[in-house]
Design a protein around this ligand. Structure first.
Ligand SMILES: Cc1cc2nc3c(=O)[nH]c(=O)nc-3n(C[C@H](O)[C@H](O)[C@H](O)COP(=O)(O)O)c2cc1C
Length: 182
């Protein structure tokens, strides 16, 4: 009898001072959990599960956009991975990114580019989001037309209200897609 296939490990690591990026992270996790034989670990950069990251098949990195960049909290996490970079621990793992901002553009692309470059430094394999926009309303999938990674936008309002449903559904789609890819 062949032994059961090992569980696929999905890690999502994010920074979220006000909770909107965390809501996106949890929607990505919900999507990934739809795929059979998948274990999902969701963690803030303030409570990193390094063991889970080191054993992940895919790591999905997310940050709010601050001054057209990742937050200082997310950058601290990036810098804290330098020993893993030196020891080439994450080479060959799948990587993907998501960025939230207040503005419709908000310069999220710069955040995704930073995260992608960070993943390349680690020798990871980058996946974008190959989902065609269904339109540009708040209920549409990929309404912000990001392809390097997942783009979401939140207003200055409670987490239950924003980002809008289309962004949350896009996040679920992305999580499921990545879990199926590994
Ligand atoms: C210091 C600071 C800088 C920000 N810079 C930008 C920015 O450059 N572009 C933008 O669209 N939103 C900007 N915002 C809005 C944040 O991106 C937005 O509030 C954040 O994504 C919400 O995520 P969170 O609830 O997970 O913290 C900024 C907010 C703060 C506090």
């Amino acid at each position: 009898m062949t032994p059961p296939a090992p569980c696929k490990q999905v890690c999502i690591v994010y920074h979220s001072p006000y909770g909107h990026t965390e809501r996106v992270a949890r929607a990505i996790a919900d999507g990934a959990r739809q795929v059979a034989n998948t274990q999902v670990h969701v963690m803030s950069v303030e409570h990193v599960d390094w063991h889970a990251l080191d054993h992940a098949d895919v790591i999905i990195f997310g940050s709010p956009t601050y001054m057209g960049s990742v937050t200082s909290g997310f950058k601290l996490f990036m810098d804290a991975t330098s020993k893993r970079w030196k020891n080439r621990l994450w080479v060959g793992k799948l990587a993907a990114g998501f960025a939230n901002s207040g503005g419709l553009s908000g310069d999220k692309l710069a955040v995704l580019q930073q995260i992608c470059l960070f993943a390349m430094q680690h020798g990871m394999l980058w996946s974008g989001i190959p989902l065609m926009p269904t339109g540009h309303t708040e209920n549409d999938l990929n309404r912000l037309s990001g392809f390097l990674g997942l783009m979401t936008q939140s207003d200055n309002a409670p987490v239950e209200e924003t980002p809008p449903q289309g962004d949350i559904e896009t996040a679920k789609w992305f999580g499921k897609y990545l879990a199926e890819l590994i």
